[in-house]
Write a protein that binds this ligand. Structure first.
Ligand code: FES
Length: 237
C-alpha cells in the first residue's frame, strides 16, 4: 500500500495514498465538520463546511474532495477556517425555514447540531428568502423545499444507489432547488416510496408522512419560529 506523509494540526501522519484529507483526518480522530458528505454516496464538495487551510494553497479547500499528497500541511481549526465555516453556515441558515420547534427533526438535525457546535446565536445575513409550497401529495413522503439545504444527498441516493432517479437539482445560485423535474410532486413521478431519501436527509426537508402538520395547525402554531435551537449532535455523516 502506497503511503504519503502529511501533517494535520501539527500531527505528523503517514496515510494511504488516495485518501481525501477528510478521511485521513477521521482516521486520526481529528474532527472536521461536514454536511453534504456521505461516504461512497455523496462526495461532491457542495456545502463547503469541511473547509481546511493548506499551507501554500491560495484558498481554503473542501477536505472531503481534496486528496492527500506528500508533504501536505493542513490546518483544520485556523481562524480563517473557523470564520469561513461560520459564514457558510449562517448563509445556509439565512435561507432555511427556522421552524425548529415544530420540525420533526428537531434535536436530530445535523444543521441544528452544527449551528450549536459553531456557537451560532444569530444570523448576520437575514434577507430575501425563497418560499416553496409543501409537497405532501405522496402517500408516504413529505418534501419541504423550504428546509432543503441543497446538499444533494437525496439526489445521489435516489439516482446512484436506488437507481430510481426522480429527484434532481435544478437552477443555479439563489434559485437552486432540489426536487422533481418540471416542479412535479413526488406523487406524479415514478417514486417507489422506498424512503431512502429521508434516511440521508440531514435536516427536515424530507420526512415520513404523518399527522404532524395537522397537529400544529390545530394548535395554531404554524407561525412558531425560533432562530436556532441548540441541540447535541445525533446523526453524523
Ligand atoms: Fe465537504 Fe460538504 S462536506 S463540501
Amino acid at each position: 500500500m502506497a503511503t504519503v506523509n502529511i501533517t494535520i494540526d501539527g500531527k505528523k501522519l503517514q496515510v494511504e495514498q488516495g485518501l481525501t484529507i477528510l478521511e485521513a483526518a477521521r482516521q486520526a480522530n481529528i474532527k472536521i465538520p461536514t454536511l453534504c458528505f456521505l461516504k461512497d454516496i455523496n462526495e461532491i464538495g457542495a456545502c463547503r463546511m469541511c473547509l481546511v487551510e493548506i499551507k501554500g494553497a491560495r484558498a481554503l479547500q473542501a477536505s472531503c474532495v481534496y486528496p492527500v499528497s506528500e508533504g501536505l500541511e493542513i490546518y483544520t481549526q485556523s481562524s480563517s477556517v473557523r470564520e469561513a465555516r461560520k459564514v457558510t453556515l449562517e448563509l445556509i441558515l439565512s435561507n432555511h425555514e427556522k421552524k425548529c420547534l415544530t420540525c420533526v427533526r428537531s434535536r436530530n438535525c445535523e444543521l441544528q447540531a452544527l449551528a450549536d457546535e459553531l456557537n451560532i446565536k444569530e444570523i448576520r445575513f437575514e434577507g430575501e428568502t425563497n418560499k416553496y409550497k409543501l409537497d405532501d401529495f405522496s402517500p408516504s413522503i413529505v418534501r419541504d423545499q423550504n428546509k432543503c439545504i441543497l446538499c444533494r444527498r437525496c439526489v445521489s441516493m435516489c439516482k446512484n444507489v436506488q437507481t430510481v432517479n426522480v429527484i434532481s437539482a435544478a437552477e443555479r445560485g439563489f434559485k437552486s432547488t432540489v426536487g422533481c423535474a418540471f416542479d412535479l410532486s413526488l406523487a406524479e413521478v415514478p417514486c417507489t416510496n422506498c424512503g431512502q431519501c429521508i434516511s440521508v436527509c440531514p435536516v427536515g426537508a424530507l420526512r415520513e408522512k404523518d399527522d404532524t402538520d395537522k397537529v400544529w395547525e390545530a394548535l395554531g402554531n404554524s407561525e412558531l419560529h425560533v432562530v436556532v435551537q441548540t441541540a447535541p449532535a445525533v446523526r453524523v455523516a
